[in-house]
Design a protein around this ligand. Structure first.
Ligand SMILES: C[S@@+](CC[C@H](N)C(=O)[O-])C[C@H]1O[C@@H](n2cnc3c(N)ncnc32)[C@H](O)[C@@H]1O
Length: 276
């Protein structure tokens, strides 16, 4: 079960890569999932408010096959996708062919192949940053961010209903409060958002839920959604599922903070890089 593998932070033989069976083995179904996800733009609105990227350099780490890269490229100055799984690197490259401001690089969250202080926004969506154990990636994001830049992590909210309930059924040991406490302790603010997933037909809905959950939980989830949508048949509005997300954001300080002074205290003294 892929969720257990990735959230349990087990690694493959490539030491720092977390298995993602959904997109690795079913990339076409994962494309359906990405297209269904956030159809009303709720996650994007939170991201735009928390870490605007207009005219900025954006890096999407664990970019998969690059689904989100064109969206960042609409307003960003430049966009880099970083992905460790070679077949996905190739798919991402093919997706962004013709977008001159976008590059795709082979790398991982723990080893991002760009210089220090070279990007303004690092975005990671349902990739690598799942809780305790992701500290090497947090340090690496800090390294590549310019002062004043932001790391934005988008992940599922395992405490939400109904999607979180299905996740918890497959992840009995996952502790949402401990994960929240971890990111809080790392200095992140958290915005919870309920996005709407919408599928044109029941077949697409079922295919996506079957790559996300064990067969038993997927059966239950499909039944729940069909019941909540009131019909097994195709209807004009499609089939919708509310899915809870957490958008976690941490800003990189703009200046050096002198020893003995807290960056959040009113008495802190900060020195901008140009005067330090
Ligand atoms: C569930 S997919 C999400 C892909 C993409 N962010 C999206 O939203 O479409 C998780 C991705 O993280 C990648 N991944 C696995 N280990 C990683 C690591 N150590 N650093 C960065 N990405 C990693 C996987 O190969 C996979 O492409």
């Amino acid at each position: 079960m892929w969720k257990i593998a990735r959230r349990g932070q087990r690694t493959t033989s490539r030491a720092d890569v977390l298995p993602s069976p959904n997109i690795w083995y079913y990339p076409d179904t994962y494309e359906l999932e990405n297209r269904a996800q956030d159809v009303e733009g709720d996650i994007w609105r939170v991201l735009e408010a928390e870490c605007p990227w207009q005219g900025k350099d954006v890096l999407d780490v664990g970019c998969g096959d690059g689904f989100h890269l064109p969206r960042f490229a609409e307003a960003g100055r430049s966009v880099i996708g970083v992905e460790p799984h070679e077949p996905l690197v190739r798919r991402a490259e093919s997706r962004v062919t013709g977008l001159s401001s976008v590059r795709v690089l082979r790398g991982s969250a723990q080893s991002i192949p760009v210089p220090d202080a070279s990007v303004d926004v690092v975005h990671a969506r349902t990739a690598y940053f799942f809780g305790p154990g992701c500290e090497p990636g947090l340090r690496e994001a800090d390294r590549v961010l310019r002062p004043g830049g932001a790391l934005a992590i988008v992940d599922l909210d395992v405490s939400s209903e109904p999607y979180g309930r299905w996740m918890r059924a497959d992840l009995p040991d996952y502790d949402p409060a401990a994960v929240d406490a971890f990111f809080d302790g790392q200095g992140f603010r958290c915005r919870r958002v309920t996005a709407k997933w919408r599928f044109a037909d029941a077949e697409s809905l079922a295919a996506v839920l079957r790559i996300e959950f064990s067969p038993e939980v997927a059966d239950r989830a499909i039944e729940d959604v069909l019941r909540d949508n009131g019909s097994r048949r195709r209807h004009a509005a499609g089939f919708t599922v509310p899915v809870g997300y957490r958008v976690l954001v941490r800003d990189k300080p703009t200046g050096l903070v002198l020893p003995g002074h807290s960056s959040s205290s009113s008495s802190s003294v900060s020195i901008s890089p140009s005067t330090a």
